[in-house]
Write a protein that binds this ligand. Structure first.
Ligand code: ZN
Ligand code: FE
Length: 257
């Protein structure tokens, strides 16, 4: 399975999964149809699946047009997104699995950004290999999604599920927000040397116009303030020694940043 990262809209990424053996492809959160159709044509591939993480327009905007071209494609999304994702045929929840290119992905129910949000996790093919996590707008490189339809408590439970995955997991999040996220992170975790180093690397990458997605979960655990609600430094910044309230306070500060 090969993964292509396709930029879309102003700062979205669409991920196209390609199986060369069968010349089939699946797409995660097609914000727009055009980049997907172009890539499919270049590969000579047939689209067999659309994996949606949640119903927002910048994640499902390409569904209808792609289905016109590939009516057989299966559309997957969260069970609670029924009626909100164009063409949805499968209604997934925690513990469900989906397959593509002979690989099975586990589905995690991760409400918080929306009440129906799900994530798809492909475990590594061999020991020491990489896992691939498609997490939409739940976990970002250096940040997390805004709480539109969920509570801080739900989001902490959701992020904790993702935090429990192996360090060698690539984080395929749906937006290029990393630089801004890390600038904020430094305001609440200023003594974190790993964070300072990461910010410098990301600044350099963005100056060269390079993408910072996918990121690596091991790095996120050390530098992402929204995975660090139980760290003393973050609790000090939030002025509260409680994980959920620390998360809530820091999320609130980011909303104002
Ligand atoms: Zn969203
Ligand atoms: Fe989004």
């Amino acid at each position: 399975m090969e993964i292509f990262r396709l930029p879309a809209l102003s700062d979205n990424y669409i991920f196209l999964l390609y199986d060369s053996a069968s010349q089939t492809a699946a797409v995660v959160d097609p914000a727009q149809p055009e980049p997907v159709l172009q890539q499919l044509e270049q590969l000579g591939a047939t689209l067999t699946a659309i994996f949606n993480t949640h119903h927002h327009a910048d994640h499902v905007g390409g569904n209808r047009r792609l289905l016109q071209q590939f009516p057989e494609a299966m559309v997957y999304g969260g069970a609670a997104d029924q009626g909100r994702i164009p063409g949805q045929r499968y209604f997934l929840g925690e513990g469900d699995t989906v397959t593509f290119a002979g690989r099975e992905a586990q589905v995690y129910f991760v409400p918080g950004h929306t009440r129906a949000h799900i994530a798809y996790y492909f475990p590594p093919m061999e020991t020491e290999g990489w896992g691939e996590l498609f997490c939409g707008d739940t976990l970002f490189a250096g940040g997390c999604g805004r709480l539109f339809e969920g509570t801080p408590e739900q989001m902490v439970i959701s992020l904790n599920k993702l935090r429990s995955l192996p360090d060698k997991t690539r984080i395929w999040c749906a937006h290029e927000y990393t630089l801004n996220n890390l600038k904020f992170a430094l305001t609440v975790d200023g003594d974190n040397e790993d964070l300072k180093q990461r910010l410098a690397e990301v600044q350099a990458a963005r100056q060269r116009d390079q993408a910072t997605v996918p990121s690596v979960l091991g790095v996120e655990k050390r530098t992402n303030p929204f995975l660090r609600w139980d760290q003393p430094a973050l609790q000090a910044a939030a002025k509260i020694a409680d994980p959920v309230r620390t998360f809530a306070r820091i999320r609130g500060m980011k909303d104002q940043f």
